[in-house]
Design a protein around this ligand. Structure first.
Ligand SMILES: [Ca+2]
Length: 195
């Protein structure tokens, strides 16, 4: 009888431990997606922080501002007071929220040079004077569900200047411009936690 009690006790302990472990794992997942939803609801600061520089290669910082999307049509005008109309550069920085773990494709059209870096890895590199084309260029990256650090860089040579970046994957349609509710100015989670 004592032996039976011991066996039942051991089984109960094993059952309780596995229940606790499965709950802990599930909690980890729901925390991430719940955290992202809460962030969107809480009016967390959305958009990119962008810094404008004079010179094609970030020579002198002129100003810093917030922009909601990677979509700018400058024409032949300067992007901000004090920034030259020709020969300027810009760097956008933000945290991209990926809804699921999958392959994402990024499409850019620019006049002139553009590059996109995600988690310190180059995804698009089109850094040269160029005209706007309908086909543009594209690159892809396998990204986990959660947040990823994004840096986008642009330079204008002369004449017209413009930039548009779209992305697709994980339920995000191909015509989605990068930004809006998918980009935050500060990391909701540390990078290591989203991997
Ligand atoms: Ca140009």
């Amino acid at each position: 009888m004592g032996d039976l009690c011991k066996r039942i006790g051991t089984a109960a302990v094993l059952l309780a431990t596995s229940w606790w472990l499965s709950g802990w794992c599930l909690q980890g997942f729901s925390d991430l997606s719940m955290g992202v939803r809460q962030l969107a609801r809480r009016n967390a600061p959305q958009g990119f922080t962008v810094t404008y520089y004079s010179g094609r290669d970030f020579q002198e910082e002129i100003c810093r501002r917030i922009e909601p999307h990677l979509r700018r049509f400058y024409g032949t005008r300067a992007p901000a007071w004090g920034v030259p109309r020709n020969d300027f550069s810009a760097r956008w920085e933000g945290w991209l929220i990926c809804p699921s773990t999958t392959n994402y494709v990024f499409y850019s059209q620019s006049n002139d040079g553009f590059r996109l870096i995600i988690d310190d890895e180059p995804v698009l590199d089109n850094w040269r004077p160029q005209r706007w084309t309908q086909s543009g260029t594209h690159g892809s990256a396998w990204l986990t569900q959660g947040v990823h650090h994004v840096v986008a860089e642009f330079f204008a040579a002369n004449g017209e200047a413009a930039l548009r970046v779209k992305w697709a994957g994980g339920g995000i349609g191909k015509n989605t411009v990068m930004g809006g509710r998918h980009v935050f100015r500060q990391a909701p989670y540390r990078k290591e936690e989203s991997r």
